[in-house]
Design a protein around this ligand. Structure first.
Ligand code: PXP
Length: 239
């Protein structure tokens, strides 16, 4: 049975847009674990737009399941990962101007640096996954780079606007998942998965874990709205 790792980046996004101390992604991580999440994911970006260094350090102490750190393959981030020792590092591409991680890490271009980063992390006992597009060439390069796992980018499937594009994108995911399994790579999947698109993955047993953030945080803000309003209303009525 596949696991669910919950990405709490967008709890931090809500905090950062106001420059205040709440909502705290650490509190969200604890609640996600209480609900049964198999892991907590955070992306510490170079521009620190949501998750901050303090969050990762506290999460390392608080998370009881496993802490997955998404990061770019840079010297600065490598130093932080070696210090914090997450349970898994997922290497992702990063561009300052992007809204979110837009594509997989291109190993045709970055294989040398990625291989070095993987080796350094593994020598410190940290397993490494690489976030890649569902492309056989990228999978073979991930295998050559000695990654422990890959995370298959599901964005093209989840964001497809026609059924033809959706079916085509899903076929690529299925082929990539099977190839990764054949290459004995662990397989995670993520990006853009929501309460509707998750259903398509039924029966794809080779996927170890789904990494899901935005749809869960979005839904939490709606299913929690009624209670939040009631609580404030009670305080107002007491005035
Ligand atoms: N996996 C990776 C590598 C990501 O960069 C992200 C987005 O932060 C996710 C999964 C989660 O995507 P979403 O927030 O759309 O569920």
């Amino acid at each position: 049975m596949a696991g669910l790792a919950v990405n709490v980046d967008h709890i931090a996004t809500l905090r950062e847009v106001r420059g205040v101390s709440y909502p705290d992604p650490v509190a969200a991580a604890v609640l996600a674990e209480l609900a049964g999440a198999d892991g907590i994911v955070v992306h510490l970006r170079d521009d620190r737009r949501h998750i901050q260094d303090r969050d990762v350090r506290i999460l390392r102490k608080v998370v009881q399941t496993k802490l997955i750190l998404e990061m770019a393959s840079t010297t600065g981030m490598l130093g932080i990962a070696l210090d914090i020792k997450p349970d898994l590092v997922t290497l992702v591409p990063e561009r300052r101007e992007e809204l979110t991680t837009e594509g997989g890490l291109d190993l045709v271009v970055h294989k040398t640096i990625v291989t070095e980063t993987i080796s350094t992390l593994q020598n410190s006992g940290i397993p490494v996954s690489i976030f890649i597009d569902p492309d056989p060439e990228q999978l073979k390069l991930a295998h050559q780079a000695n990654a422990n796992m890959v995370e298959i980018h599901t964005g093209a499937f989840c964001d497809a606007t026609t059924s033809k594009k959706r079916n085509h994108a899903f076929r690529k995911i299925v082929d990539a998942v099977k190839l990764a399994h054949k290459l004995r790579l662990g397989v995670n999947a993520g990006h853009g998965i929501c309460y509707k698109t998750i259903k398509a993955f039924k029966g794809l047993k080779e996927i170890d874990e789904f990494s899901i953030g935005h749809s869960i945080v979005s839904r939490a803000s709606l299913v929690g709205m009624e209670r939040a309003v009631r609580e404030m209303l009670a305080l107002v009525k007491e005035l």
